[in-house]
Every structure is written in structure tokens, then in C-alpha cells.
Design a protein around this ligand. Structure first.
Ligand code: PLP
Length: 439
């Protein structure tokens, strides 16, 4: 067999351009430019400008030897992962293009896509932990993430230690020492530090740089990655990998999908940690479906535009709400009052986002009157879409959180969570004005 026809050494025909163009005039292109074509070569798909949706469960191998080689990559018998397309639970063209493009936004080595944010979080945690281990996490977390750690991981012998989002370096030192002692007692390790910043729904920020310093002091960084849920500010306004995180988690359902018409998730970051998560996803499933991956590719083309506009709108709406007589306060990152939180913001954030809390004077009844009166904003949970949404976390997303924990986390009955969209800002202000008049 000559080299030229050796099927084992021949790359499988892929949609990937042979030499992706990522620089222009010697400088790297920006993510917003790369979203239009990176990772896809029209020549491999009949010249179709946009990637077709590949509705197939499996891929024909060019030879038996190539099939063997691909499986060696998939199962980890050979370093380097899959070299070709194999089976749609493992990899497929739309998902691979999506993952290549997601990695660009966070400056990550690799990215994985999932059927929901919660699938991403669950597979990340299951891949990291074994019985006896301890997860350290910031609080609050999105209620389902917190429940997954406390209730589901507990079934497999994994316990947790949590700390409040704004914890200082001194407090983090104590928390990590406690987690280490707890793990030793249980015969396990601390294999994951899991953060959410800003936290849902309080917008409290975590000092990722301080968490990294404490992690490096107490644990081996190669065995204890820091993962962070960047759903509220990413990928535009926060770049946690630059502040010491190893993995970034997203509910792509929110700003990245951005149109409230799909559910998906992702994890991106260092390859050595991504490989273990991919191996479990290969076994369990949970990869995005091709249609959703395609829709996300379309969404990524406008993510910067949408987030910029939503951020500008939120600034205007919050300026209006700030001094409104029916408003008791705002949990908006553009108007932080606490100096510690402001310091974390200044070091970690590039923008204040468009999701915030409004504290209405009164309680649940007043909030409900406000929510029921909104005409432009829709009364719905979720965030990050083109349309403005408002909801009442204490009685909706965080209903299952025990009352004492709600109180400790600041999830009060007078808190309305708002996610500002890309409508005309004056229409939004008029809507909030007339709804507040009904309170
Ligand atoms: N993380 C955060 C911060 C969220 O707000 C959510 C959902 O609201 C999730 C994760 C879960 O994502 P999904 O609904 O895509 O499973």
C-alpha cells in the first residue's frame, strides 16, 4: 500500500477548511468576524454558503481501517480524540462547527455543546467526581444547579461546601481548608470548584482571581479545575478563563441562543479537562441536536450586536428605575453600592449586562401587580432573549429553595428579575412607567 492511498493516514473528508484563516494582515481576526465562516468550507457541501443541517445518525467510513482508527480516538485508546465523523452521539458537522466557534469567544482550547445548560452542568460534575469527593461551590447557584449538587451528587457519595459569592481571600482560605479536611475524612478529594458569577438571581459577583489563588494554595491545579457558569455575562462582558477559571459553562438557551427559541448548553476550556467531559458525553449522550446546533450558528453571527444593544437598553431602563418612587433599589451591575463587589466588577467585567433585579416597594402582591400590568415586557422566566422578560424568582424559579436560604441569599418577595431585550428603549421605559403606576 502506497502512502498516497493508505486509508489509515488519509484524513476523513471533513467540512473543516484545510487551513482556516484566522488572521488578517498579520493580526488575529475578532470573534464577530470569525462567526461568519470559521470551521466550515462550502466546497465540501456543494458550495452551500451556510452549513447544511446534517440529519444523520451515523457516518460512512472510507475504510474499515479508518473506522478502527476513529474508534481508537473516540474511546481514548489513542491520544487526540476523533479524527473523523463517527456517530451523532459523539460528533457531527453542525455540532463541531458550533464547538469550534464557541471556543473562539472564550479563548478556550476546546468547547463541547450539550442539549441544555443543565446537561452540560450535570455531565461536568459527574465526570469530575467519585464517591467521597467534595465539590466547593459559590452561592447562590441557579436553583437546579444547586439542587443537582445537594441532592443528586449526594446520592453518589459526593458532598459539598459552599461560600457566598462575594467571599474575600481570607474567607476562601477557610472554606477551601474546610473542604480539604472534609474530603480527607470521606476518603476523597476536592475535584471541582464550581462558581456562578453573577449569581442567579442576585447578580452577586465571585472573585475568580481570589478563588484561583486559594485553589493554587490548597490543591493541585491539574486535579481541581475551577469551572464557572458565565451565562449572565458571557461571552461578551466576562472572560473568566483570563482570570483563572479552567472551564466556562453556559446555558446557551440565554444570550448566546438569544431568541428564546432553543435550549442548549456548553462547556469550554482547557483540553485536558474537556477530554474527560467529552468521554462521559460520548457514553451518555447529551450532545446538541443538529437543528439546534445550526440555529446556534446563526445566533452566534449576531451575539455581539444583540448583547451590545441589550446592554445599552438596560443602562437606560435602570437610569429611569433608579429614582422611581415605587422602586426600593436595583441589583444592576452598572450601579453597584458595595465596594467589594465594585472591586470584583472592575477587575472581572467588561459590561454590566442586561439582566438585573428590581426591588419593588411592597412584597409579592405589589410585584404581581407590576408583572401583570406589563405590556411590552413578557411575564416569563429565562433571560438573554431579544425580548424583555420579567419574573418573580421567589415564587417561580426559586420556589423550591427553602425560605431561610432564600432570606440568606437575598431572594426576597419584593424582587422582580428583569432581562432587557433589544426593543426600543423608550418603549420599554414607557412600559415600566405604566406598570409601576399600577402598583
Ligand atoms: N445556569 C444559569 C445561570 C441559568 O440561569 C440556567 C437557566 O435558567 C441554567 C444554568 C440552566 O440552563 P438550561 O435551562 O439551558 O438547562
Amino acid at each position: 500500500m502506497t502512502d498516497a492511498i493508505d486509508p489509515v493516514d488519509q484524513p476523513t473528508p471533513r467540512r473543516k477548511p484545510k487551513e482556516p484563516i484566522t488572521t488578517i494582515n498579520g493580526r488575529p481576526m475578532k470573534p464577530s468576524t470569525l462567526m461568519m465562516g470559521h470551521g466550515y468550507d462550502p466546497v465540501l457541501s456543494e458550495g452551500s454558503l451556510k452549513a447544511p443541517i446534517f440529519l444523520t445518525s451515523t457516518f460512512a467510513f472510507e475504510s474499515a481501517a479508518a473506522g478502527k482508527r476513529h474508534f481508537e480516538g473516540i474511546t481514548g485508546k489513542r491520544e487526540g480524540g476523533a479524527e473523523g465523523l463517527v456517530y451523532s452521539r459523539f460528533n457531527a458537522p453542525n455540532q463541531e462547527i458550533l464547538e469550534d466557534r464557541l471556543a473562539i469567544w472564550d479563548g478556550a482550547e476546546e468547547a463541547l455543546s450539550f442539549s441544555s445548560g443543565m446537561t452540560a452542568i450535570a455531565i461536568l460534575m459527574l465526570a469530575a467526581c467519585k464517591a467521597g469527593d467534595v465539590i466547593v461551590h459559590s452561592g447562590p447557584l441557579y436553583a437546579a444547579s444547586e439542587g443537582f449538587v445537594a441532592k443528586i451528587m449526594a446520592k453518589y457519595g459526593v458532598t459539598y461546601v459552599d461560600f457566598p459569592a462575594g467571599a474575600t481571600p481570607e474567607e476562601l482560605d477557610i472554606v477551601l481548608a474546610k473542604a480539604k479536611a472534609q474530603a480527607e475524612e470521606q476518603g476523597g478529594e476536592v475535584p471541582l470548584i464550581y462558581l456562578e458569577s453573577p449569581a442567579n438571581p442576585t447578580n452577586a459577583l465571585v472573585d475568580v482571581e481570589a478563588v484561583k489563588a486559594a485553589r493554587d494554595k490548597h490543591f493541585d491545579p491539574a486535579r481541581c479545575p475551577i469551572a464557572i457558569d458565565n451565562t449572565f455575562l458571557g461571552p461578551l462582558w466576562s472572560r473568566p478563563l483570563e482570570h483563572g477559571a479552567d472551564l466556562v459553562v453556559y446555558s446557551l438557551t440565554k444570550y448566546v441562543g438569544g431568541h428564546s427559541d432553543l435550549v442548549a448548553g456548553s462547556v469550554s476550556g482547557k483540553k485536558r479537562f474537556i477530554d474527560a467531559i467529552r468521554a462521559l458525553r460520548n457514553t451518555m449522550g447529551g450532545i446538541t441536536d443538529p437543528n439546534t446546533a445550526w440555529m446556534l450558528l446563526r445566533s452566534l453571527e449576531t451575539v455581539e450586536l444583540r448583547m451590545e444593544r441589550a446592554g445599552q437598553n438596560a443602562e437606560k431602563v435602570c437610569a429611569f428605575l433608579k429614582n422611581h418612587p415605587k422602586v426600593d433599589g436595583l441589583g444592576y451591575l452598572g450601579m453597584i453600592k458595595d465596594p467589594r463587589q465594585q472591586d470584583i466588577y472592575d477587575r472581572h467585567c467588561l459590561g454590566a449586562g442586561s439582566t438585573f433585579s428590581v426591588f419593588i416597594k411592597g412584597g409579592e402582591a405589589e410585584c404581581f401587580r407590576f408583572l401583570d400590568a406589563l405590556k411590552v415586557a413578557k411575564l416569563a422566566v429565562s433571560l438573554g432573549g431579544t425580548e424583555t422578560l420579567a419574573s418573580h424568582p421567589a415564587s417561580m424559579t426559586h420556589l423550591s429553595v427553602p425560605d431561610e436560604r432564600k432570606a440568606a441569599l437575598g431572594i426576597t418577595d419584593n424582587l422582580v428579575r428583569v432581562s432587557i431585550g433589544i426593543e426600543d428603549p423608550d418603549d420599554l421605559i414607557a412600559d415600566f412607567d405604566q406598570a409601576l403606576a399600577k402598583v
